[in-house]
Design a protein around this ligand. Structure first.
Ligand code: HEM
Length: 167
């Protein structure tokens, strides 16, 4: 049984004994095999904070690199600049997978994640164009703005749980 449209605050989760909250604004009944997940729910807020922190570091890193590359700044080619973003992105994805596992996310409960992933693809694609050395200033400016808009869209979908603006 999946219940849609329920609020997802911690208070609401506690107010539904016998149900586990999925991140997709739905509640699924607790089954025996989910008890282990429930026991590890304490780690959910920690992983979520790691996820949000990595998202913040990702956009700060992108803004810095998109400023350094056109200026020809040596910082753009620094070893840390080349390595750290991969570490942040990997942690962002792993923490996302951890959240999905702990919350027993069910795609049938809500399709917000699909819209969020489409935003992630746009963010990555425009981010790659924006950081290319061989594009014009005009192309770079468009790509930077589009990547920032993609990132904003991801955050809005994450915070609202809606397929915004399609919901
Ligand atoms: C640039 C990429 C991403 C950004 C900026 C981002 C941002 C966020 C934010 C701000 C939250 C917190 C939402 C809240 O407080 O309710 C969140 C939660 C979450 N994100 Fe992401 N995220 C990104 C990528 C991903 C990916 C790729 C996945 C899945 C594969 C994912 C899965 C989740 C899940 C499951 C939650 C928990 C939702 C909840 O507990 O309500 N995220 N994300």
């Amino acid at each position: 049984m999946i219940m849609r449209g329920c609020p997802r605050s911690e208070m609401d989760k506690r107010a539904h004994p016998g149900m586990i909250a999925s991140p997709g604004w739905c509640f699924a009944p607790i089954t025996h095999d989910m008890s282990a997940r429930l026991q590890s729910m304490d780690s959910y807020p920690i992983i979520k904070n790691i996820h949000i922190s990595c998202a913040g570091l990702s956009i700060v890193g992108f803004v810095l690199r998109s400023a350094w590359v056109p200026c020809g700044s040596p910082s753009a080619h620094h070893r840390l600049t080349r390595v750290v973003p991969h570490f942040i992105d990997a942690t962002l994805l792993l923490s996302a997978l951890g959240l999905l596992f702990l919350s027993a996310y069910r795609p049938s409960g809500s399709d917000w994640l699909i819209f969020k992933l489409m935003g992630v693809i746009l963010y990555i694609a425009f981010g790659i164009v924006a950081l290319r050395a061989d594009c014009t200033m005009g192309q770079r400016a468009i790509a930077v703005v589009a990547a920032l808009m993609g990132f904003t869209y991801i955050v809005v979908v994450a915070l609202t749980g809606q397929r915004w603006p399609f919901a």
